[in-house]
Design a protein around this ligand. Sequence first.
Ligand code: ADP
Length: 494
Amino acid sequence: MSLSQKAESIASEFVLSDDDVRKCSKQFIFELGEGLKHVVPTVCQIPTYVTKVARGTEKGVSLAVDLGGTNLRVCSVELKGDTKWTAKHAKRVIPPETMTGSNGAELFHLIAHEIDQFFQLHHRDTLQKLRQSKDVLPLGFTFSYPAYQTSINSGILLRWTKGFDIPDVINKDVCQLLQVAIDDFNLPVEVTALVNDALGALMFRAYTLPLSQTRTSVGAIFGTGTNGVYLEKLSNITKALGTHDDSTGEMFISSEWGSFDNGLLVQPNTKYDMKVDQSSINPGNQMFEKRVSGMFQGELLRVALNELYADPDACLFRGVQWDDPAQGEGPAPFFTRWAIDTSLLSIAAAENAQELTALSEALVKTLRIPANHVSADDVRAVKTIADAIGKRAARLAGMAIGSALIKGGRITVDRNILPVTRVTEDFSGVEAVDIAVDGSVVELYPGFERYMREVWRVIDGIGPAGEKMIKMGVAKDGSSIGAAIIALIVANGR
Ligand code: ADP
């Protein structure tokens, strides 16, 4: 077999057929339902206690704090009430020693200190006025780690992800910890909502769209990790719920689909997937995420290419001198975990198979190999496998979003689109179902939306007619503003 045939053979292992998609979707919908009934080890389905979609008419000022895996962001938002808004932002890198070597008190002191600095820099007058009037500003806390909520402004941290390891915060209410730290700074701020980034992105998009156009009911993140939220009927949520607003009959549910580990959902399970999983810090967990998110796709490509390289007949990268001790650069990136970033898959997908100049240059740079050691056949083989991994990720992403749409009753098997007016009379005239997405993978991978749409067309319950009704937009960096919007809605609703 030639190199290209061998690459095609590896690529074929990543194929998720239309039939697979349909089976996966049925299972996905089933699991979403199970997670609403009881706590299922492989499914989270965390109630968010957010029961209303922004309308674009909200008015007022609120704050948000976003504790990301790398950055801590603070922002203030003024909603004008006509889908328009203004915002001020501040950002700082979270010191690595805070992420792993500190304790909860230090982490939350750092966050409150950042809010204090933000007031000094941007809202000194507001701070004074609030103190005089004894008023408070609502704050939305964007916290995209698995936290079990029992109300809109409380969340018990189940476990850290994305590089954090501060054991004394686990099993504690992160909103309360933040409020205590804020009070220590004597700031007129009340943590009114705990929000994950997918819901934040959704709310931001919902606020900015004219109400007459559409209504956003699914939000999804495809960045370092992946997650999706969708609007569910309260009557379907039969596991214990804390005090909540039931005026709309609905609530957003955070599926935490990255951790869906049921074997049926993680097909195809290639030997490259198994290798990546085995060498991860959490083997057997986050299996869906390990196929779909930005953190893992580049690594999957590296592992698959290593396999191809190990086959003497394939002749991948023939003649490359790896590990040249004279260069003193340690093990070659090709053999080093995480050396290939998922952005390389986007470069591969963007290129015409005949040219491949950019991919060739990116390989030379990423793998630190001399340009004349990379043949056209090598680059074509890399593209073949990279495209297969990227396509599978996008199809699984489409399957997840499509399943959430169906589970939420936005689209049905019998009648392609339910009149969304069924949910609340306020939304009469809505003609499309709308999805907000965010994250570099969905934003930057060429063809990600096209692949998702292909999947929606074949999923039972959506089909070609349903697919045409689905609108999707990137709510770029919208999660903080979305959290501030939620905080304001909650405060105004009291
Ligand atoms: P975060 O998830 O931390 O908020 P991003 O949405 O930027 O941040 O996602 C970062 C992830 O996106 C990383 O795993 C990275 O590998 C991946 N990524 C960055 N650029 C691209 C790109 N051009 N195409 C596909 N994936 C990308």
